[in-house]
Ligand binder design. Structure first.
Ligand code: ADP
Ligand code: MG
Length: 697
């Protein structure tokens, strides 16, 4: 049964051991099942012949039949080309070849009837086909009416004669043999409800569609299935958590109210208030909180975390907050200690650099429960750090932490699982959040504290550097500070360091009157910290750095972020970097420097940055431009091995699939109803082959 699709690919007639090895290496096709799921990425449309008068340049590939009227050679030596004038009863187009001229000259016959297939382009107001496929017209062409699948393949595979056409033949053979083994994976009632075609029909039609309409149905069915099963598993994880993991409930929020009324130095934004309410509801619900809090840089997540900690501390438990770097930990400690002191709540900082004596003291106070709030880096999750009673763990900037590190926090309390709040400033598009964090509850802070002036972003070409320097000078004269950031990509590290040092020198020359800091990854951590501290204290005015400037660093007096070679950064990173400024009352600026030569994508990224400060909008553009696999935080998660659905495009299907999954889990959480037997069986077969799911929780 299912084992048919687990058969190793080498046993498919026509494959054999050598080709199997290549398929594994190049396309990760190990089994029959993997091959079937190597879906075409486009189709050549042989379902119809167009008339020449219907063809225009916006069309993708088209098929025409007609007669070659005349053939000529044109152009001199290097630009030599063969032009064939091809006509039907409605018009004429030119077919152009730059290569294989003599062969075409020999084979093509003026007056002969041909079928051509290619992409129309225009040149001088006329429709052209450059290097079209061409065949002598036969009755077979007249009869053929299908879409030819096109499969992705590689140079190595092509050398071994595994091109798209051969892959198509293998698919056809496999599907013929598979007929008896394809099982329906969705319940009939869902198929009826969402008008889904059967799995068997979908698999045949995705590879060999008879027409566009059936292709559309096949694709919808398979995408639905793929997304449905992801959602179903995420939602059932969530369900399991709710049922099994009883959390401790914290009912009392009077400490929070007291702090709010007497000490809080500003009014919370509406969004912050809403999120606190959501968290408070979780904390007193009796089940473990598992919440993702997204909020753009500067939206005030730290205060939300602190207020949540107060609820837990009042209930007699401890709270911990884990951040990715020492610098950030120190900054949070400085900020929060002020408040904790006002409330006489003990708070401590534990980082790698904490001295042994201090460390021993902290650990002891933690074990007795005397210490209420602990901030730190991953030093927090070391095994010898024992809490008396950990009630809430906050994880800031979560994409820098591995899933395993997060899981270690869970285990810090034997009596009950601590509540978990994961905070991130990397906005995740909705579709992605639903897919990656579909098992977490999610909150969003979508409002900035009042009085913030939106950062102004400008794009300058390198040639206008003097103008930019002039602007920086004026800012520094006004007392402000400036970041200048250089890219550092591992593959070109040597060149990148050279760029950085060259840049540093030229800045020193341009600003002889000002102290300048430089920070990069080749420095000893102690030197780096020293330089960072000088900048934080305002002793240096300009900070030249590679991207080591940490996420979350808060220096309100820094108002300009200059990003050199901005075209080399991804959108998420540009947005993160820009978030280092705009943290105080002064107008802030982000300056993107590039050369004149920009790819289409770089242009789109830069235009997006100039147009908007909204992290979610940026994340959406990023998703469109790059696809989900490349987004920050997603790559490491290894969760997005989608075969057919595309989170950039299939948001509607995702929503429908999630609704369906919700419905199923609500009605039958354990999937034991007879009508859900094939769901249960399918999940078992997915898990047999795939360890992804155990990795999320
Ligand atoms: P992030 O969400 O990036 O972690 P922070 O928590 O560091 O943002 O907050 C950025 C700054 O805004 C801090 O200095 C913080 O004290 C301040 N802040 C937070 N909430 C408010 C508010 N409601 N009104 C005014 N300032 C606020
Ligand atoms: Mg923060």
């Amino acid at each position: 049964m299912a084992s048919f699709f687990h058969t190793e690919i080498q046993y498919l007639p026509g494959v054999g051991q050598r080709k199997a090895e290549l398929l594994q290496k190049e396309l990760e096709i190990f089994t029959f099942g993997d091959l079937v799921q190597h879906y075409p990425f486009r189709y050549e449309d042989y379902t119809q012949f167009l008339k020449i008068e219907e063809v225009h340049e916006d069309m993708l590939h088209v098929q025409l039949k007609g007669v070659i009227r005349r053939i000529e050679m044109s152009g001199s030596e290097k630009k030599r080309r063969l032009i064939a004038y091809f006509k039907d009863e409605t018009g004429e187009v030119a077919l152009i070849w730059f290569k294989g001229l003599s062969w075409f000259l020999k084979t093509l016959k003026p007056g002969g009837a041909y079928v051509i297939y290619g992409k129309p382009t225009t040149y001088g107001n006329k429709i052209n086909f450059v290097h079209p496929e061409i065949d002598v017209l036969t009755s077979a062409h007249e009869k053929r009416r299908y879409l030819q699948p096109v499969y992705s393949t590689t140079e190595k595979l092509k050398e071994a004669f595994l091109d798209s056409k051969v892959l198509a033949r293998l698919q056809k053979k496999l599907l013929q043999e598979a007929t008896g083994y394809i099982q329906e994976t969705l319940p009939t009632y869902l198929m009826d409800c969402y008008k889904l075609i059967s799995k068997k029909e979908a698999l045949f039609s995705i590879h060999f569609p008879a027409n566009r309409e059936i292709l559309q149905k096949a694709s919808f069915r398979l995408k639905f299935e793929e997304l449905f099963y992801i959602q179903l598993q995420l939602l059932s994880l969530r369900q399991m958590r709710i049922e099994r993991l009883q959390g401790k409930d914290f009912q009392d929020a009077s400490l929070l109210k007291h702090f709010y009324d007497t000490h809080l130095p500003f009014e919370l934004t509406g969004a912050q208030k809403n999120v606190i309410k959501e968290i408070y509801r979780d904390l007193r619900s009796g089940t473990q909180m598992h919440r993702l809090l997204q909020g753009d840089v500067g939206s005030g997540k730290t205060m939300v975390a602190f207020l949540s900690m107060l609820i837990v501390v009042e209930g007699g438990a401890q709270a911990a907050m884990m951040v990715p770097t020492e610098l950030l930990a120190e900054q949070h400690y400085r900020d929060l200690k002020k408040f904790a002191d006002q409330l006489a709540i003990s708070i401590a900082l534990l980082v790698g650099a904490t001295k042994k004596r201090e460390r021993t003291k902290i650990k002891a106070a933690l074990e007795t429960g005397e210490l209420k709030i602990l901030l730190g880096t991953h030093a927090l999750i070391e095994d010898n750090v024992q809490f008396h009673n950990l009630g809430l763990a906050v994880i800031d900037e979560q994409h820098r932490f591995g899933v395993m590190q997060r899981a270690k926090l869970w285990q810090k309390n034997q009596a009950y699982p601590p509540h978990i709040l994961v905070m991130t400033a990397t906005p995740i598009p909705r579709t992605l959040a639903m897919t990656l964090y579909g098992d977490l509850d999610s909150s969003v802070i979508d409002e900035m504290p009042p009085g913030r002036k939106p950062i102004q972003t400008r794009h300058y070409y390198d040639a206008h550097r003097l103008k930019v320097f002039h602007f920086l000078k004026k800012q520094v004269e006004m007392g402000r500070q400036v970041y200048i950031v250089y890219p550092l990509i591992e593959e070109s590290a040597k060149m990148d360091y050279k760029d950085l040092m060259d840049g540093y020198e030229s800045i020193c020359r341009a600003f002889p009157a000002y102290p300048i800091s430089i920070v990069h990854g080749k420095m000893k951590p102690a030197d780096r910290d020293y330089e960072m501290q000088r900048f934080i204290k305002g002793e240096t005015k300009i900070m030249v750095a590679t991207t080591v400037i940490e996420v979350g660093v808060n220096i309100p007096n820094a108002t300009v972020m200059v990003i050199e070679n901005a075209e080399r950064f991804g959108l998420a990173q540009l947005h993160q970097l820009r978030g280092r400024v705009g943290r105080g009352d002064h107008q802030s600026y982000c300056i993107l420097m590039t050369g004149y030569k920009l790819s289409k994508e770089s242009k789109a990224r830069i235009a997006t940055m100039v147009r908007t400060n909204n992290g979610f909008e940026i994340a959406d553009v990023d998703l469109q431009l790059r696809g989900p696999g490349n987004l920050m935080g997603v790559q490491q998660s290894g969760l997005l091995a989608l075969k057919i659905a595309n989170l950039g495009q299939d948001e509607k299907i995702l929503q429908v699939a999630r609704e369906a999954a919700k419905h199923v889990i609500k009605e039958d959480p354990t999937l034991t109803a007879p009508k859900h037997a094939n769901i249960k069986a399918h999940i078992a077969s997915i898990n047999e082959n795939d360890t992804n799911w155990s990795r999320i929780s």
